[in-house]
Ligand binder design. Structure first.
Ligand SMILES: [Fe+2]
Ligand SMILES: [Fe+2]
Length: 303
């Protein structure tokens, strides 16, 4: 290899000290639960979906929906690998690294379960068909935003999103009329509950000591990500361009009406509204505020 190329390779930082003492027993408990509650998406029997009497249009709508779910789950993988790298080279305690490794493995199995549902219905789409979406998903995670915050503040922001997506997932679980989809949703939810729990532990342990800058950044970054990518067809369709909003909304509505584990576009914003209110209440004691999100805050609540 040319000498000039070798110079461009990053040297591996000194790994020592490689810690083994548990500093956060609550996080270690989550790691043990992750071992006890491991599951295998490939063992879910999707024959109920394959044999169901559903029109091609409905199957395609459901496959599009579950492909989107798969891309969303996959979005956590690049995010997670960056955090793992930081945790390793910042010499975070063993259980923090173990939790992040579990997190990556769990998000990957959510991804797998989602593309298996899509295949059970029709075919998994490995790329969005709509152009707008090809550009939205890569912006799902912006490492520059992440690096602007301290390690634990960044982890906390991510778990606030886990809380929000957990609420949407709960509604999708309730919507699912097929046993296979129901159990996939339930098993994913069980993992997500641990991710949310991790966030609560982080908040209790680190939020008291956050700098004023970090406190302000957490709220801003949360609002930016929600408005900029998640309301653009990921969590909800409200910020989509008109034509795409109608197309994606129609498919989502079809999937929801046939119990394929989807949320109806007319209901999503209210679920987000309630979850956002809960998140604001949870972080208020730490003086962390989420700025106004007009698409959500200015919608009259559902009755
Ligand atoms: Fe997930
Ligand atoms: Fe998660």
């Amino acid at each position: 290899m040319q000498a000039s190329l070798l110079e461009e390779l990053n040297p591996v930082p000194n790994p020592y000290p490689i810690k083994s003492e548990v500093e956060y027993p609550e996080v270690w408990r989550l790691c043990e639960q992750a071992r006890e509650l491991a599951w295998n998406p490939a063992l879910i029997d999707f024959s109920d979906l394959r044999e169901a009497e559903l029109s091609t249009e409905i199957r395609e709508a459901g496959a599009e929906w579950w492909s989107l779910r798969a891309w969303m789950e996959h979005g956590a993988i690049p995010y997670g690998t960056e955090r793992l790298r930081e945790a390793i080279f910042d010499h975070q305690p063993f259980e923090i690294k173990q939790h992040i490794v579990n997190f990556i493995a769990e998000e990957l199995r959510h991804h797998e379960a989602s593309f298996l549902v899509a295949r059970g219905l029709a075919a998994y789409q490995d790329e969005p068909r709509a152009d707008y979406f090809k550009s939205v998903i890569p912006r799902f995670h912006d490492e520059r935003d992440e690096k602007a915050m301290s390690f634990y503040a960044g982890l906390a922001v991510n778990t606030l999103f886990e809380q929000l997506s957990g609420e949407l997932l709960k509604a999708r679980y309730e919507n699912a009329r097929f046993e296979s989809v129901r159990s996939a949703c339930q098993l994913i939810l069980r993992d997500e509950a641990r991710h949310i729990q991790f966030g609560r532990i982080i908040m209790r342990r680190f939020f008291e000591d956050l700098t004023a800058t970090d406190r302000a950044l957490i709220g801003q970054k949360f609002a930016k990500k929600l408005r900029g990518s998640l309301l653009n067809g990921v969590y909800a369709v409200v910020n989509l361009p008109e034509g795409e909003r109608a197309r994606a909304g129609h498919n989502r509505a079809l999937a929801a009406e046939h119990g394929l584990g989807a949320t109806h576009p007319d209901e999503e914003i209210f679920i987000i509204q309630r979850a956002l209110q809960q998140i604001r209440e949870d972080i208020a004691p730490y003086s962390v505020e989420i700025p106004e999100i007009p698409e959500v805050d200015r919608v009259a609540p559902a009755h």
